[in-house]
Design a protein around this ligand. Sequence first.
Ligand SMILES: Cc1cc2nc3c(=O)[nH]c(=O)nc-3n(C[C@H](O)[C@H](O)[C@H](O)COP(=O)(O)OP(=O)(O)OC[C@H]3O[C@@H](n4cnc5c(N)ncnc54)[C@H](O)[C@@H]3O)c2cc1C
Length: 667
Amino acid sequence: MSHLCIESQLLSKERQNVTFPIEELTNIWDGGREETMIRRRVEKLFADDPELKSPPLCTMTRDEEFTEATRKSAYIYRHFIPKHKLYPSSRESKHLTRAQPLATNLFIHMGVFVYCIKTMGSDKQVAKWLQLAKNLNIIGTYAQTELGHGSFLRGLETQATYDRTTQEFVINCPQLSSMKWWPGDLGVNANHALVMANLIIDNKKYGMHAFIVQIRDLSTHKPLPGVSVGDIGNKFGLGSTDNGFLYLKNVRIPLENLLNKNAEVKPDGTYLKKASDRLVYGSMVNLRVSIPKQCTDVLAKACTIAIRYSGVRRQGLLKPDGAEVPILDYTLQQHKLIPQLATVYATNFAGLQIQKKYEVFLQNLSNDDISDLAELHALSASFKASVSEQGTEGVEVCRRACGGHGYSQASGLPSLLARVTPACTYEGENTVLYLQTARFLMKCASKKAKDLPKSVTFLVQPTQMMNINNVTSLDFIVHCFKSRATICVQAAAKRLQQTMGQGVEINEAWNKNAVELVKAAKAYVMQFIVDGFTTFVKGLKCSKPTKKIFEDLCSLYGLHFINNNSGDFLKLGIITAHHCNLAEEAEIELLGKLRPNAVGIVDAFDFSDFSLDSCLGAYDGNVYERLFDMAKLSPLNKEQVHQASYKYLRPYLLEGRDILEGSKSKL
Ligand SMILES: Cc1cc2nc3c(=O)[nH]c(=O)nc-3n(C[C@H](O)[C@H](O)[C@H](O)COP(=O)(O)OP(=O)(O)OC[C@H]3O[C@@H](n4cnc5c(N)ncnc54)[C@H](O)[C@@H]3O)c2cc1C
């Protein structure tokens, strides 16, 4: 029997040992049996379409990757989606992001430019721009960040000065640091930009507003006068996206190009505010709610790759005279990977709770009730920060857990890491988001329980230690996380008050206590995740073996965190040293229990080989043959003798030949 077959057999054996119905878990993951069927149908449409096939990502240059991405994106939006009727209103559309091949672009155009027109434009503006944008008749970007400023919005320098005589805005980047930098789809493809600029009327500043600016000629696609635009160059990853720079000098746009649903400038220069900034915040929440799901899906892929690979990779012995074992048998490998699997489940199902809160908020909004906004904003900000961080750390753990092969692009893991890590920065840099959450928490800490939303009253109530020996109990784990959040929030509030009591001005006091404040925000969101996942698991109706998997993953998620931060839980008086010992033992026991089902659990994510795009993670486990096939495709192997060796090394190699052949003839 060939060596290759053994790898496939090892994965089959893993699957025979699975103790729960994989299909049931898949259905729960998808949100129901019918959703699984719809998702599979959508994924099959993508996988079967020859227009969506590309050379493997790891064999392409940046230029080829970008060109392929643009070709496929244009095809998807103009042909594939209409052909299969996968419109945003259809049930199928929910599954598009997951089904779509990795290397595509136009995300900022379709996801943000189109969304901003819809939510920030008047009816007249929506009628003018929306369909053009959806049809790719115009391509837009969202240009907010500048070379000199990102997080601090008031520091942005681009100006839109109203000229009453011509009824135009004159857009200017006053200096190098005001140049727009980073916007996606801008560098090469966009011919319009939604530019965030300071509105100035008669020398008075009115703050940031959104303007539609045409930046390239509609026929030639060349930059218009006053516009300097291009790609910012290679990044950590995301070679398929043309993040760009944009410098605007005296570019004139008509009055109607200010997106004016929330604020308007009349022809005579009168400024009219129509909606409160709080409503504008509400629309930002929507974008933030979608990012964690993308991060969770990326971590789910990384877990699938690393766990399947660990099931077939054999290295060393557990018994001196036994057979070589798959590395998944090592407790240390389980300790790296299975908690990542628990993270995928915890963040996914806790995310559903935010989604529900968001839907309630939207319902209330239609009655002009925005009382939930502050909590939703605080929650979605810290949740985005926490899930993108856990996703980034988790993918890197998975990558390193695959040894040398995890470093190869062919594993698919480097591109997953490059995809998840920028989510820590875009749509609000994580630290800045945690600080926003802390602001809400400090307000809560200054109030009485009766004046707070029910979901956060625990933050101002006293905590008690729970005397319990069963540390895997979900009630105990939730209690630990809630107590930690309460203590951290109250401690940060107390310190802030003390600093200000010493006469320190608020911003300075805030800065002095920023570490404590961020810790409070992190503790708050961690309790939300643990509580949300636990609530989901407790309410889950399914077969006993599947329920057991959920309960074990839920306990593992909590205990792994407690064990990694035991000093903190001990210091805060939430647990004792006895609990610590029990928690460490319980975690190892849970790893052993989940180990036989690990391959089954990742199979339940149901990623196709097409979407995983990994030599290590394919369903059949035929790892080595795939790696060798991929290596053969390396552009460096195109010629038997590469020009570089010939050009730069040949003279010295010929010297070597003469020495070696000369010494041979002397023998
Ligand atoms: C892949 C990618 C795609 C992007 N796409 C777009 C796009 O389409 N359109 C667009 O406009 N922008 C885009 N951006 C830019 C992105 O939104 C900004 O990078 C982000 O808002 C962070 O701003 P910054 O880069 O200025 O970081 P900075 O704010 O300079 O952050 C640098 C450091 O300073 C810290 N810091 C900043 N402020 C504070 C504070 N108050 N207290 C404590 N610490 C602080 C941060 O935590 C961080 O550690 C993209 C970025 C990336 C990486």
